[in-house]
Design a protein. Structure first.
Length: 365
């Protein structure tokens, strides 16, 4: 397959590949957005033009997820990692918070939250090398917790929740959805807060999206630093200071692209089909390819596996790169191989990877 513009197959875990139509539109509008006489990189965030851009981005996200009016949508800075602190700072005025620890990112989140107050580990898979997710019955939940926190997809280890954990009645559910954001439908009303760094599925680095039930804004304590205060950000519609304007613009184009493809139901089917192409090779390899994660916990976004030895891992990555398959080296914490099959990765790229894997095994198995 010949890729347009000389582009390769980009399996990077983030910043990740973006939809080609989005990039082409951004290129066409770089110098003059909709006849404004300037590009988005140059325009004031207080202008009517940018108000249109951020307004359309929010409206399209609301349409994709079916976000009700009782939820605020915020476009913030600082990456998902800043949310590790903002969540407890805003939502845990008193008491403790429960954390489900299923990989490096939820482990990082609880470490940050511990600096700010009481936390509890409701479940940890660290002793099993983060190779599986918990059953609901395994969660040790506090009925008086300030919130229950989980990461829906662990980018490094490659586990993904098929369904969200159920908190005790009245306990808000908080989710780090950075690496499977807008990849499938969600029942938004099950969640109190969802956040996601954009640079995996939704756009470029620079903007973090927060979907927050508005009644939780009453929990925000006084005298928080202004930029870390959800209430201030919501009251100012993400425009208290200059936001990451161009990143928001690209995110908005991605949301329109998703709607044009048929929305999140269609994207979920497309993502499942891509993942199946690669997992079928792993499962049919007779052990040549060894997945790190139990089949019932596997991610459709980040597929992690290893070959029989580290030398073959290195050879696989080297030959894949030479054949235009980039970004396949596993994270340094885990090793092996990681193929990130985010929304914008074309289905053809997953097929090329599957074919490469079969041929590599034929030559080296």
């Amino acid at each position: 397959m010949t890729n347009p513009h000389g582009r390769i197959h980009n399996f990077s875990a983030g910043p990740a590949t973006l939809p080609l139509p989005v990039l082409e539109q951004a290129q066409a509008e770089l110098l003059n957005w909709r006849g404004a006489g300037m590009g988005v990189l140059e325009m004031s965030h207080r202008s009517a033009s940018f108000e249109t851009i951020i307004g359309e981005a929010e409206a399209d996200l609301r349409a994709l997820y079916g976000i009700p009016e009782e939820y605020a949508v915020l476009f913030l800075q600082g990456g998902a990692t800043l949310q590790f602190a903002m969540v407890p700072m805003n939502l845990r005025a008193t008491g403790s918070a429960d954390y489900v620890v299923t990989g490096a990112w939820s482990k990082g989140a609880i470490k940050e939250a511990e600096k700010l107050g009481a936390t509890r580990v409701a479940f940890s898979a660290e002793g099993e090398k983060f190779s599986r997710l918990p059953a609901q019955s395994e969660l040790q939940l506090d009925p008086k917790a300030a919130y229950l926190y989980f990461c829906s997809n662990e980018t490094i280890h490659g586990v993904e929740f098929g369904a969200e954990p159920a908190p005790p009645e009245g306990v808000p559910l908080v989710c780090d959805s950075s690496s499977d954001f807008v990849s499938r439908p969600l029942a938004i009303r099950k969640y109190a807060l969802i956040y996601a760094g954009a640079q995996k599925n939704a756009g470029p680095a620079g903007v973090t999206i927060v979907i927050l039930r508005k009644d939780l804004l009453a929990r925000t304590p006084p005298r928080l630093p202004l930029m870390l205060d959800y209430k201030v950000q919501a009251e100012n519609k993400s425009l208290y200071n200059t936001p990451p304007c161009y990143s928001i613009y690209i995110v908005g184009l991605v949301f329109k692209w998703l709607r044009g493809l048929g929305g999140l139901e269609a994207m979920a089917q497309r993502n499942a089909a891509k993942a199946r192409l690669v997992y079928d090779v792993i499962d049919g390899s007779g052990g040549f390819y060894r997945g790190f994660v139990r089949p019932d916990s596997r991610s459709k976004m980040n597929l992690t596996f290893a070959l029989p030895d580290e030398n073959l891992d290195r050879q696989f990555v080297k030959e894949a790169t030479a054949n235009g398959l980039d970004g396949l080296k596993g994270h340094r914490v885990v090793g092996g191989i990681r193929a990130s099959l985010y929304n914008a990765l074309p289905p053809e790229s997953a097929g090329v990877l599957a074919d490469f894997m079969r041929e590599f095994q034929r030559k080296n198995g």
